[in-house]
Design a protein around this ligand. Structure first.
Ligand code: SF4
Length: 488
């Protein structure tokens, strides 16, 4: 591959899948980067920014647009005697190029390499990542004395005032990667030889999402039947086995091929072509008192906390919606959305306590709301008795739905977004505009918080958020009515 550097990230791509690396080099336009992957990049940058503040004497080797300049500046800085700390130090060895998150040389010329990750633990791929960097450093004459992985400490509680000491946990992985170093040249050679040939013939499989979701999945995925076996719920091994056996459609799976009861149910209902609703669902709902509440939170989670007293990745409620239904079917909607002026959690707790009253079941979908109520109770002990009372009234429709209802169009999913169109004709999330799922709602709230967001855009975001959350609770109203066998 004359003229091309093989970067650390490319070697990692090749480690995940040789075809992925081949496509990244020879046909990158085939990639479709998902919103989740974009978010992961942004999170990584944010954590990296904070990491730099933990090394106040550090110097950033910039030159993102010119690797030659980055290499030259790194060389120049390292040639100066004495201790130094560099961010994005850029080094090359045998055509492999790395940019290190933090490179520290102390007064005894010991080299400390720190790789910063936004994850909350060390993952196997991190060892490969650091081994490649350490190998390049050694090849460039900088034998690392220690190699560390700095990951986010999710038990860190932010004290405020930009004090992020303790946000990162530093794990010494020097000994763990030492035996890997001798293998790096073989990884490099294998990748180079592969890149000189045609695109490897590799089918999609578990490796396409492990350790990272591959951006070439849409390109590699063959045209799917209406009911693909990949939609089978539960363990995916059976899916890969079916695909390997040439079975692509759930309706073509032999009756004795599935051992899981839920997979057998999905297969049976899909072949029948008609939804299956067990009467036990109506029985479970029949005697519940009125009024009935249908409740949902929206939350935001910051890898780097922005509000004092919160932890990295803690799900913090900033909005709720509640539909209240009386026995005669009358429906009243209540809602609350935090402003962008400060932590919304306390007001969120106070307003929902007022809205949810003292009696009546509160329908939710999954245990997520219970978890957030528990968090709020821990944050605000004076609200805890009321919040715990509310938690005790929750009725989770998810397990009931999962145990009693399946429609072929749900394609193996009991998410509310999969269930809703099958129980309430004309109701789905597709017509909601820019916010159609929780992660987008969270992103929208972050944009709302940004003081640079103009007033017109803020109004638009607020309207979209309110519409989205209201749709979530109206979906619960419709679902409960459907399960109970009565009009919504
Ligand atoms: S989608 Fe899967 S098979 Fe295709 S390049 Fe990516 S990892 Fe390889």
């Amino acid at each position: 591959m004359p003229g091309h550097y093989l970067s650390k990230s490319k070697i990692l791509s090749g480690w995940q899948c040789q075809k992925r690396l081949w496509l990244e080099i020879h046909d990158p336009d085939k990639a479709e980067v998902s919103a989740a992957t974009e978010r992961a990049f942004q999170v990584g940058h944010r954590v990296g920014d904070v990491a730099r503040h933990l090394f106040p004497d550090g110097h950033l080797i910039g030159h993102d647009d010119s690797l030659d300049d980055a290499l030259e500046e790194t060389r120049t800085r390292l040639a100066e005697p004495g201790p130094l700390t560099l961010f994005e130090a850029t080094l090359r060895h045998e055509g492999v190029l790395v940019r290190t998150d933090v490179l520290i040389r102390d007064e005894l010329d010991r080299i400390r390499l720190v790789e910063v990750k936004a994850s909350t633990s060390v993952k196997p791929v991190n060892y490969i990542d650091c081994a490649v960097q350490a190998w390049v450093l050694a090849g460039a004459g900088l034998h690392p004395t220690t190699v560390e992985l700095a990951h986010v400490n999710n038990q860190f509680v932010y004290p405020g005032d930009d004090d992020y000491l303790g946000l990162l946990t530093f794990v010494d992985i020097t000994d763990r990667i030492a035996p890997m170093l001798e293998h790096v040249p073989a990884w490099v050679t294998t990748n180079r030889e592969m890149l000189a040939g045609p695109m490897p013939a590799i089918d999609i499989g578990p490796h396409c999402r492990d350790p990272y979701e591959c951006a070439f999945l849409p390109f590699c995925t063959p045209p799917q039947p209406d009911y693909p076996v990949s939609a089978l719920p539960g363990g995916k091994k059976v899916v890969w086995d079916l695909l390997a056996a040439g079975i692509h459609d759930i309706r073509d799976i032999p009756a004795d091929r599935l051992t899981s009861e839920v997979q057998q149910w999905v297969r049976r209902v899909t072949i029948d072509g008609r939804p299956d609703l067990n009467a036990s669902a109506a029985a479970a709902l029949a005697d519940l008192p009125w009024p009935r509440y249908y409740f949902d939170f929206e939350t935001v989670a910051f890898p780097v906390p922005v509000w004092a007293g919160t932890r990295p990745y803690q799900a913090l409620p900033f909005q709720w919606s509640c539909h209240v239904q009386t026995r005669d079917g009358t429906l009243v909607h209540r809602e609350w959305l935090g402003t962008s002026d400060g932590p919304p959690m306390r007001e969120c707790g106070e307003t929902l306590i007022e809205a949810l009253g003292d009696t009546g079941p509160i329908f939710v979908y999954t245990g997520y709301e219970a978890g957030r109520l528990k968090d709020l109770a821990a944050m605000f002990p004076d609200l805890a008795p009321a919040l715990e009372g509310i938690r005790g009234r929750l009725f989770d429709l998810h397990p009931l739905t999962k145990a009693s209802y399946y429609h072929p169009d749900m394609l193996g999913s009991w998410s509310i977004k999969a269930v809703l169109p099958t129980v309430a004709a004309g109701m789905d999330y597709g017509g909601l505009g820019t916010i159609q799922e929780g992660a987008a709602a969270s992103d929208a709230f972050v944009e709302l918080m940004d003081r640079d967001t103009d007033p017109g855009r803020r109004d638009e975001i607020r309207a979209d958020l309110l519409r989205y959350c209201a749709c979530d609770t109206l979906a619960l109203v419709r679902l409960a009515a459907f399960l109970a066998g009565r009009p919504g």
